[in-house]
Ligand binder design. Structure first.
Ligand code: AMP
Length: 288
Protein backbone atom coordinates (compact mmCIF):
# COMPACT_ATOMS: atom_id res chain seq x y z
CA UNK A 1 0.00 0.00 0.00
CA UNK A 2 1.36 3.39 -0.97
CA UNK A 3 1.71 6.02 1.73
CA UNK A 4 0.02 9.40 1.70
CA UNK A 5 0.95 12.23 4.05
CA UNK A 6 -2.08 13.69 5.82
CA UNK A 7 -1.60 17.41 6.49
CA UNK A 8 -3.91 19.00 9.04
CA UNK A 9 -2.62 22.54 9.26
CA UNK A 10 -2.14 25.46 6.89
CA UNK A 11 1.50 25.72 7.96
CA UNK A 12 2.18 22.03 7.28
CA UNK A 13 0.51 22.15 3.85
CA UNK A 14 2.41 25.30 2.89
CA UNK A 15 5.75 23.84 4.07
CA UNK A 16 5.10 20.56 2.22
CA UNK A 17 4.44 22.33 -1.09
CA UNK A 18 7.28 24.82 -0.67
CA UNK A 19 9.70 21.95 0.01
CA UNK A 20 8.46 20.11 -3.09
CA UNK A 21 8.98 23.16 -5.31
CA UNK A 22 12.38 23.87 -3.72
CA UNK A 23 13.40 20.36 -4.78
CA UNK A 24 12.35 21.11 -8.36
CA UNK A 25 9.00 19.30 -8.26
CA UNK A 26 5.78 20.62 -9.76
CA UNK A 27 2.70 20.62 -7.54
CA UNK A 28 -0.85 19.61 -8.46
CA UNK A 29 -3.90 20.50 -6.38
CA UNK A 30 -7.23 18.66 -6.44
CA UNK A 31 -9.73 20.53 -4.23
CA UNK A 32 -12.61 18.37 -2.96
CA UNK A 33 -15.16 18.16 -0.19
CA UNK A 34 -14.36 14.47 0.38
CA UNK A 35 -16.64 11.43 0.00
CA UNK A 36 -14.40 10.70 -2.96
CA UNK A 37 -15.77 8.90 -6.03
CA UNK A 38 -14.51 8.11 -9.51
CA UNK A 39 -15.17 11.71 -10.62
CA UNK A 40 -12.73 13.06 -8.03
CA UNK A 41 -10.29 10.26 -8.80
CA UNK A 42 -10.32 11.24 -12.47
CA UNK A 43 -9.03 14.68 -11.46
CA UNK A 44 -6.43 13.09 -9.21
CA UNK A 45 -5.25 10.70 -11.94
CA UNK A 46 -4.76 13.65 -14.26
CA UNK A 47 -2.78 15.50 -11.59
CA UNK A 48 -0.62 12.42 -10.89
CA UNK A 49 0.05 12.13 -14.63
CA UNK A 50 0.91 15.82 -15.12
CA UNK A 51 2.56 16.94 -11.87
CA UNK A 52 5.27 15.53 -9.61
CA UNK A 53 3.46 16.00 -6.31
CA UNK A 54 -0.34 15.71 -6.24
CA UNK A 55 -2.12 17.17 -3.21
CA UNK A 56 -5.82 16.45 -2.61
CA UNK A 57 -7.61 18.86 -0.30
CA UNK A 58 -10.58 17.51 1.63
CA UNK A 59 -12.56 20.28 3.26
CA UNK A 60 -16.32 20.73 3.53
CA UNK A 61 -16.42 24.50 3.23
CA UNK A 62 -19.24 25.92 5.36
CA UNK A 63 -18.98 29.26 3.54
CA UNK A 64 -20.46 27.79 0.34
CA UNK A 65 -23.54 26.25 1.98
CA UNK A 66 -26.70 28.28 2.46
CA UNK A 67 -29.15 28.07 5.35
CA UNK A 68 -31.27 24.93 4.98
CA UNK A 69 -28.74 23.21 2.71
CA UNK A 70 -27.04 19.87 3.43
CA UNK A 71 -23.89 21.02 5.31
CA UNK A 72 -24.63 18.92 8.43
CA UNK A 73 -25.61 15.83 6.39
CA UNK A 74 -22.77 16.06 3.86
CA UNK A 75 -21.16 12.60 3.49
CA UNK A 76 -17.57 12.11 4.67
CA UNK A 77 -14.92 9.66 5.79
CA UNK A 78 -11.31 10.84 5.84
CA UNK A 79 -9.78 7.36 6.36
CA UNK A 80 -11.31 5.88 3.22
CA UNK A 81 -10.67 9.11 1.26
CA UNK A 82 -6.99 9.03 2.28
CA UNK A 83 -6.74 5.35 1.28
CA UNK A 84 -8.20 6.12 -2.16
CA UNK A 85 -5.78 9.03 -2.60
CA UNK A 86 -2.85 6.80 -1.62
CA UNK A 87 -3.92 4.10 -4.06
CA UNK A 88 -4.04 6.66 -6.89
CA UNK A 89 -0.58 8.00 -6.10
CA UNK A 90 -1.37 11.27 -4.32
CA UNK A 91 1.56 12.59 -2.30
CA UNK A 92 -0.54 14.31 0.35
CA UNK A 93 -4.05 14.95 1.59
CA UNK A 94 -4.69 18.37 3.10
CA UNK A 95 -7.61 17.97 5.49
CA UNK A 96 -7.86 21.00 7.77
CA UNK A 97 -10.56 21.54 10.37
CA UNK A 98 -12.99 24.42 9.95
CA UNK A 99 -11.25 26.27 12.81
CA UNK A 100 -7.90 25.85 11.03
CA UNK A 101 -9.24 27.28 7.76
CA UNK A 102 -11.39 29.98 9.39
CA UNK A 103 -9.92 30.98 12.77
CA UNK A 104 -12.31 33.92 12.43
CA UNK A 105 -15.22 34.40 10.04
CA UNK A 106 -13.67 36.00 6.93
CA UNK A 107 -14.47 39.67 6.40
CA UNK A 108 -13.47 39.34 2.74
CA UNK A 109 -16.17 38.44 0.24
CA UNK A 110 -15.85 37.80 -3.46
CA UNK A 111 -18.24 38.72 -6.22
CA UNK A 112 -17.90 37.53 -9.79
CA UNK A 113 -20.11 40.10 -11.46
CA UNK A 114 -22.31 38.72 -14.22
CA UNK A 115 -20.86 35.24 -13.75
CA UNK A 116 -22.33 34.98 -10.27
CA UNK A 117 -25.56 36.81 -11.18
CA UNK A 118 -27.02 33.82 -13.05
CA UNK A 119 -27.94 30.15 -12.40
CA UNK A 120 -26.30 28.86 -9.19
CA UNK A 121 -25.47 32.43 -8.23
CA UNK A 122 -29.18 33.24 -8.09
CA UNK A 123 -30.44 29.93 -6.69
CA UNK A 124 -27.75 29.60 -4.02
CA UNK A 125 -26.97 33.17 -2.92
CA UNK A 126 -23.47 33.36 -1.47
CA UNK A 127 -22.48 29.94 -2.80
CA UNK A 128 -20.09 31.05 -5.56
CA UNK A 129 -18.59 33.75 -3.35
CA UNK A 130 -17.98 31.09 -0.68
CA UNK A 131 -16.35 28.84 -3.27
CA UNK A 132 -14.19 31.79 -4.38
CA UNK A 133 -12.94 32.48 -0.85
CA UNK A 134 -12.02 28.88 -0.07
CA UNK A 135 -10.34 28.35 -3.45
CA UNK A 136 -8.40 31.61 -3.05
CA UNK A 137 -7.25 30.38 0.36
CA UNK A 138 -6.25 26.98 -1.05
CA UNK A 139 -4.29 28.67 -3.84
CA UNK A 140 -2.57 30.91 -1.28
CA UNK A 141 -1.68 27.93 0.94
CA UNK A 142 -0.58 25.50 -1.78
CA UNK A 143 1.17 28.15 -3.89
CA UNK A 144 2.25 27.84 -7.52
CA UNK A 145 0.57 24.75 -8.95
CA UNK A 146 -1.75 23.25 -11.51
CA UNK A 147 -5.25 22.97 -9.99
CA UNK A 148 -7.76 20.43 -11.28
CA UNK A 149 -11.50 21.12 -11.31
CA UNK A 150 -14.39 19.15 -12.80
CA UNK A 151 -16.57 20.37 -15.65
CA UNK A 152 -19.40 18.77 -13.65
CA UNK A 153 -19.56 22.09 -11.74
CA UNK A 154 -19.26 24.25 -14.85
CA UNK A 155 -20.13 27.59 -13.26
CA UNK A 156 -17.70 26.90 -10.41
CA UNK A 157 -14.97 26.14 -12.96
CA UNK A 158 -15.74 29.42 -14.75
CA UNK A 159 -15.57 31.33 -11.46
CA UNK A 160 -12.26 29.69 -10.48
CA UNK A 161 -10.75 30.53 -13.87
CA UNK A 162 -11.70 34.18 -13.37
CA UNK A 163 -10.38 34.14 -9.81
CA UNK A 164 -6.95 32.95 -10.99
CA UNK A 165 -6.86 35.28 -14.00
CA UNK A 166 -8.23 38.42 -12.35
CA UNK A 167 -5.96 38.15 -9.30
CA UNK A 168 -2.89 36.93 -11.27
CA UNK A 169 -2.61 33.90 -9.01
CA UNK A 170 0.29 31.55 -9.86
CA UNK A 171 -2.10 28.70 -10.66
CA UNK A 172 -2.95 26.99 -13.94
CA UNK A 173 -6.60 25.98 -13.70
CA UNK A 174 -7.29 22.71 -15.54
CA UNK A 175 -10.87 21.67 -16.38
CA UNK A 176 -11.55 17.92 -16.51
CA UNK A 177 -14.40 16.12 -18.30
CA UNK A 178 -17.37 14.91 -16.25
CA UNK A 179 -17.20 11.26 -15.20
CA UNK A 180 -20.57 9.50 -15.64
CA UNK A 181 -22.21 6.22 -14.73
CA UNK A 182 -22.99 3.91 -17.65
CA UNK A 183 -26.55 5.31 -17.79
CA UNK A 184 -25.35 8.90 -18.08
CA UNK A 185 -25.76 10.05 -14.47
CA UNK A 186 -22.87 12.35 -13.50
CA UNK A 187 -21.05 11.02 -10.44
CA UNK A 188 -21.68 13.16 -7.38
CA UNK A 189 -21.24 12.74 -3.64
CA UNK A 190 -24.89 13.81 -3.39
CA UNK A 191 -26.04 10.75 -5.38
CA UNK A 192 -25.68 8.97 -2.01
CA UNK A 193 -28.91 10.71 -0.94
CA UNK A 194 -30.95 8.96 -3.68
CA UNK A 195 -33.25 5.99 -2.96
CA UNK A 196 -33.04 3.13 -5.47
CA UNK A 197 -36.11 4.47 -7.31
CA UNK A 198 -34.68 8.00 -7.39
CA UNK A 199 -31.34 6.66 -8.59
CA UNK A 200 -33.15 4.94 -11.45
CA UNK A 201 -34.87 8.24 -12.32
CA UNK A 202 -31.75 10.44 -12.06
CA UNK A 203 -30.34 9.90 -15.60
CA UNK A 204 -33.26 12.01 -16.88
CA UNK A 205 -31.06 15.08 -16.32
CA UNK A 206 -28.46 13.82 -18.77
CA UNK A 207 -31.14 12.72 -21.24
CA UNK A 208 -32.61 16.24 -21.14
CA UNK A 209 -29.20 17.78 -21.83
CA UNK A 210 -28.59 15.39 -24.74
CA UNK A 211 -32.01 16.18 -26.17
CA UNK A 212 -31.23 19.92 -26.08
CA UNK A 213 -27.84 19.34 -27.67
CA UNK A 214 -29.40 17.23 -30.42
CA UNK A 215 -31.79 20.08 -31.23
CA UNK A 216 -28.89 22.49 -31.61
CA UNK A 217 -26.93 20.00 -33.70
CA UNK A 218 -30.01 19.61 -35.92
CA UNK A 219 -29.95 23.35 -36.60
CA UNK A 220 -32.12 24.89 -33.87
CA UNK A 221 -30.80 28.36 -32.95
CA UNK A 222 -33.62 29.61 -30.71
CA UNK A 223 -32.68 29.23 -27.03
CA UNK A 224 -36.35 28.96 -26.00
CA UNK A 225 -36.95 26.00 -28.31
CA UNK A 226 -33.90 24.18 -26.93
CA UNK A 227 -35.01 24.89 -23.37
CA UNK A 228 -38.53 23.64 -24.16
CA UNK A 229 -37.07 20.40 -25.51
CA UNK A 230 -35.12 19.89 -22.29
CA UNK A 231 -38.18 20.69 -20.15
CA UNK A 232 -40.25 18.14 -22.06
CA UNK A 233 -37.76 15.37 -21.29
CA UNK A 234 -37.58 16.35 -17.61
CA UNK A 235 -41.40 16.31 -17.42
CA UNK A 236 -41.44 12.62 -18.40
CA UNK A 237 -39.97 11.65 -15.01
CA UNK A 238 -42.70 11.67 -12.32
CA UNK A 239 -40.24 11.36 -9.40
CA UNK A 240 -38.37 14.53 -10.38
CA UNK A 241 -39.13 17.49 -8.10
CA UNK A 242 -38.64 21.19 -8.77
CA UNK A 243 -36.51 22.04 -11.79
CA UNK A 244 -34.40 25.09 -10.90
CA UNK A 245 -33.24 25.60 -14.47
CA UNK A 246 -32.79 23.76 -17.76
CA UNK A 247 -31.10 26.27 -19.99
CA UNK A 248 -28.48 27.05 -22.60
CA UNK A 249 -25.94 29.86 -22.29
CA UNK A 250 -22.59 31.11 -23.55
CA UNK A 251 -20.02 28.60 -22.23
CA UNK A 252 -17.54 31.14 -20.81
CA UNK A 253 -19.76 33.93 -19.45
CA UNK A 254 -22.95 31.87 -18.86
CA UNK A 255 -24.99 34.78 -20.21
CA UNK A 256 -28.11 34.03 -22.31
CA UNK A 257 -27.60 34.01 -26.07
CA UNK A 258 -30.22 34.30 -28.81
CA UNK A 259 -29.70 33.22 -31.53
CA UNK A 260 -27.39 30.49 -30.27
CA UNK A 261 -23.81 30.76 -31.56
CA UNK A 262 -20.28 29.75 -30.67
CA UNK A 263 -19.28 27.75 -27.60
CA UNK A 264 -22.46 26.86 -25.69
CA UNK A 265 -23.21 25.10 -22.44
CA UNK A 266 -26.49 23.37 -21.64
CA UNK A 267 -27.06 23.30 -17.90
CA UNK A 268 -29.67 21.72 -15.65
CA UNK A 269 -30.41 21.76 -11.91
CA UNK A 270 -33.29 19.82 -10.37
CA UNK A 271 -34.43 18.34 -7.08
CA UNK A 272 -34.83 14.58 -6.75
CA UNK A 273 -35.86 13.33 -3.31
CA UNK A 274 -33.45 14.84 -0.78
CA UNK A 275 -30.84 15.61 -3.43
CA UNK A 276 -30.38 18.66 -5.62
CA UNK A 277 -28.59 17.48 -8.76
CA UNK A 278 -26.75 19.59 -11.34
CA UNK A 279 -25.27 18.61 -14.70
CA UNK A 280 -24.16 20.19 -17.98
CA UNK A 281 -22.76 19.40 -21.40
CA UNK A 282 -21.15 21.48 -24.14
CA UNK A 283 -22.10 22.10 -27.77
CA UNK A 284 -20.28 24.22 -30.33
CA UNK A 285 -22.10 26.03 -33.13
CA UNK A 286 -19.48 26.64 -35.80
CA UNK A 287 -19.73 30.09 -37.38
CA UNK A 288 -21.18 29.95 -40.89
P1 AMP B 1 -16.85 18.30 -4.69
O1 AMP B 1 -16.20 17.34 -3.71
O2 AMP B 1 -18.24 17.92 -5.06
O3 AMP B 1 -16.70 19.74 -4.25
O4 AMP B 1 -16.02 18.18 -6.04
C1 AMP B 1 -14.62 18.36 -6.06
C2 AMP B 1 -14.16 18.47 -7.47
O5 AMP B 1 -14.51 17.27 -8.18
C3 AMP B 1 -14.83 19.62 -8.24
O6 AMP B 1 -13.87 20.24 -9.08
C4 AMP B 1 -15.91 18.91 -9.03
O7 AMP B 1 -16.26 19.59 -10.21
C5 AMP B 1 -15.21 17.61 -9.35
N1 AMP B 1 -16.19 16.57 -9.67
C6 AMP B 1 -17.25 16.18 -8.92
N2 AMP B 1 -17.96 15.24 -9.58
C7 AMP B 1 -17.34 15.04 -10.76
C8 AMP B 1 -17.59 14.19 -11.90
N3 AMP B 1 -18.63 13.39 -11.94
N4 AMP B 1 -16.73 14.27 -12.96
C9 AMP B 1 -15.66 15.11 -12.93
N5 AMP B 1 -15.38 15.92 -11.89
C10 AMP B 1 -16.20 15.89 -10.83
Amino acid sequence: MREVTVLGTVAAARAFCEAARAGGATVGLVPTMGALHAGHLGLLRRSVAETDVAVVSVFVNPLQFGAGEDLAAYPGGLRSDAALCAAEGAAAVFAPTTAEMYPAPPAVSLDFGGLSAVLEGVLRPGHLGGVGVVVAKLFAIIGACRAYFGEKDWQQLAVVRRLAADLSLPVDVVGCATVREADGLALSSRNAYLSPAERAAAPVLHRALCSGAERIEAGERRAAAVEAAMARVLATEPLLGRVDYATVAAADTLQPLDPLAGELRLLVAAHLGAARLIDNIGVTVASA
